[in-house]
Write a protein that binds this ligand. Structure first.
Ligand code: SAH
Ligand code: MG
Length: 212
């Protein structure tokens, strides 16, 4: 990874530990060989920078999707609330201006590699054609409904041999919430995906067949 961009990624507000970010970057090289990279859950763009450094090397885009209002655990009173991200006028979290600033800071080339979509994951998925995406990285809402919904909406859009990466996967409930793990279990059980990588809470699967 470009050392200057890595230093910038380190300083972005977010939820991507460096070892997992570097693993994501390595896997994104394989994803970008296959096609466009889609990220669900931008927040302020930390993971996006790891993805974009790899996509840039292959002349591919990272399409990153978020409604920018934060997940449940980011709301006031919850564990991961950050009051500096609240838009006072709207009275709601708004991470979009922070993302935009971080992308400017990352430099023109990286900014031009990233397509920012403000919207709900499931709605945005309807705009893509099946079997077209090189890699999908799911790091959006962590409730069972949202995690499963992301899988259902995005898995069929991944091309054959394309990659599905899932963040915050904790098989043991002592370590964290279960929905992302349930998504991985479901993907493996479907026979449509096989696991090809695992670093910390990051799992990487490859699409090996139809169905999901
Ligand atoms: N990848 C980020 C962290 C993402 S946090 C990093 O590296 O730091 C999860 C994000 O998912 C939040 O920004 C939240 O707004 C977004 N999100 C949750 N549910 C969503 C949905 N249904 N559609 C779009 N974005 C969603
Ligand atoms: Mg995460």
């Amino acid at each position: 990874m470009d050392p200057e961009l890595l230093e910038k990624a380190r300083n972005v507000n977010g939820f991507m530990p460096e070892d997992e970010g570097l693993a994501l970057h390595a896997i994104a090289h394989h994803g970008a060989e296959r096609g466009t990279i889609v990220e669900i859950g931008t927040w302020c763009g930390k993971s996006t920078l790891y993805l974009a450094d790899a996509a840039r090397a292959h002349g591919r885009q990272v399409v990153t999707i978020d409604h920018h209002r934060g997940s449940e655990e980011n709301q006031p009173g919850w564990e991961h609330h950050d009051p500096t991200l609240v838009d006072e006028q709207a009275g709601r979290i708004d991470t979009l201006p922070h993302l935009r600033r971080n992308l400017v800071d990352a430099g023109r080339e990286i900014e031009a590699t990233i397509t920012v979509i403000v919207g709900r994951s499931k709605q945005v998925a309807t705009l893509f054609r099946p079997d077209t995406i090189g890699m999908v990285f799911i790091d959006g809402g962590h409730s069972e409904e949202e995690a499963q919904g992301d899988y259902e909406a995005w898995a069929p859009l991944i091309k054959d041999n394309g990659l599905l990466a899932v963040h915050d996967v904790f098989p043991d409930p002592k370590d964290g919430g279960q929905p992302p793990w349930h998504v991985v279990e479901r993907a493996l059980k479907s026979g449509a995906f096989e696991q090809v990588g695992h670093v910390g809470s990051l799992r990487v699967l490859e699409r090996v067949g139809p169905g999901h």
